[in-house]
Design a protein around this ligand. Structure first.
Ligand SMILES: Nc1ncnc2c1ncn2[C@@H]1O[C@H](COP(=O)(O)OP(=O)(O)OP(=O)(O)O)[C@@H](O)[C@H]1O
Ligand SMILES: C[C@H](N)[C@H](N)CCCCCC(=O)O
Ligand SMILES: [Mg+2]
Length: 212
């Protein structure tokens, strides 16, 4: 039975891709068959694929960044580094929630042990003028990972996101703290405080691994 894991966050630039790539590598190294999708990417530059979320995910999967491989995991690609609803209008490529959900469900029928789906930005990022990432999550039957930072300010951002999920009866499988580069108050302090409010949710942390 394969597992589908949707990776969302408290905001943009927090660590979804970093966490997902690490999770992919760990599972492949353990002998599992893994796939990953980054269905919607904005700020995408075809000349800089290697550094893009799509390129990094493909690298973690052990695949090259051919046009075909890029299109297979990231069909909605926008150049503008904006919220998808804005980039889609600007680039005349409307984002339809049903088409997005159908793409994810079809892709996740492929025979892998794990399917990772990286969202876009944070939990409530608008996809069009009516739907957000939350609606996308609600339309899928999958595990949810929330990636949060350890920067000063993250506690409120994280508890807000958890409250939204709870309000919508969406069970959070785990909260992953990706240690922030700036203004970090530290993994342990952040985990301890969040643990006081999120007793039933497993909290794990990833130390800041300085990029080589
Ligand atoms: N634990 C960590 N150790 C080292 N670098 C990290 C860690 N977490 C995040 N980063 C770095 O911080 C930057 C932002 O992380 P990442 O790209 O994973 O964010 P994201 O949530 O996927 O952003 P987006 O919303 O654009 O998809 C990247 O350069 C990433 O390599
Ligand atoms: C461009 C960036 N890296 C992400 N792909 C998109 C982030 C959208 C954030 C929208 C918002 O919450 O204000
Ligand atoms: Mg990312």
């Amino acid at each position: 039975m394969s597992r589908i894991i949707f990776v969302t966050s408290t905001g943009t630039g927090i660590g979804k891709t970093h966490v997902t790539c690490e999770a992919i590598r760990n599972r492949i190294n353990s002998g599992f068959l893994v796939n990953a999708l980054k269905p919607i990417i904005s700020g995408f530059d075809p000349a800089e694929v290697e550094n893009s979320d799509t390129g990094l995910l493909l690298q973690a999967l052990g695949r090259d960044s051919s046009e075909e491989n890029i299109a297979a995991i990231s069909p909605w690609r926008f150049s503008a580094p904006l919220s998808p609803d804005q980039a889609a209008v600007q680039e005349d490529q409307p984002l339809d929630l049903d088409a997005l959900v159908e793409f994810c469900k079809t892709s996740c029928r492929d025979d892998y042990d794990y399917h990772f789906i990286e969202g876009v930005g944070g939990l409530m990022v608008p996809l069009n003028d009516r739907h957000t990432v939350l609606d996308w999550i609600k339309a899928l039957d999958c595990d949810i990972w929330l990636v949060a930072g350890t920067y000063l300010g993250s506690l409120s951002h994280t508890l807000t996101a958890c409250d939204v999920l709870h309000h919508h009866d969406i069970k959070l499988s785990q909260l992953i703290l990706s240690e922030s580069a700036e203004n970090s108050v530290g993994l342990q302090q952040t985990a301890t405080t969040l643990g006081n409010f999120l007793q039933k949710i497993p909290i794990t942390g990833i130390r800041r691994q300085e990029e080589n």
